[in-house]
Design a protein. Structure first.
Length: 176
């Protein structure tokens, strides 16, 4: 059984000869996310994945195809990530890293790292939301946030603006 290798507790789904999809749809979002995470971790543990990534990189595939780069952060525990395409839409995420209260331990105790906890928020999914985030970050007193705002403004906003223009153009053609 694969579930215990990647997750704790009981597998939220039972084999149903293809009808698992209906059970999956009825699960709460937390359990669906746990299943997705477990499947991703299981796939990442397969022997062929490292060679596939390495071969693809040698063939000229950009690293961003396999992982996303951070846009920036606040210098401590908050990071901003962008992901998007015309197929999946565009999103700006905020990752907040939270650690236990004992994260400043010294000596032998420091080897017992607290479990990392991440909180994710979607900050923007359209041009107006992206512009609002840029304005907020650019007016911050934290230099790292200002830098993140500038990166979004120069690297991401043009992509979103182009995407919105193309989407508007396509919708006008369809209506006509």
């Amino acid at each position: 059984m694969w579930w215990p290798r990647v997750a704790e507790g009981e597998l939220p789904l039972n084999a149903a000869k293809g009808d698992e999809m209906f059970g999956y749809k009825e699960l709460d979002p937390t359990n669906r996310l746990l299943i997705l995470k477990a499947l991703c971790e299981l796939r990442a543990k397969q022997d062929d994945i490292a060679s596939y990534v390495n071969d693809s990189l040698k063939d000229g595939t950009e690293i961003s195809y396999f992982r996303k780069n951070k846009i920036g952060g606040d210098g401590t525990a908050t990071f901003y990530w962008y992901d998007g395409s015309s197929a999946i839409g565009h999103r700006l995420y905020k990752q907040v890293n939270k650690t236990g209260a004992n994260s400043r331990m010294r000596g032998k105790a420091s080897k017992n790292w607290p479990a990392a906890c991440f909180q994710w928020e979607i900050l923007a999914t359209n041009l107006e939301e992206f512009q609002k985030v840029v304005n907020e970050l650019s007016s911050s007193k934290v230099a790292a946030q200002v830098a993140a705002g500038k990166t979004i403004e120069t690297d991401v906003l043009p992509i979103i603006q182009k995407f919105q223009k193309v989407s508007l153009w396509i919708s006008l053609i369809i209506v006509s």
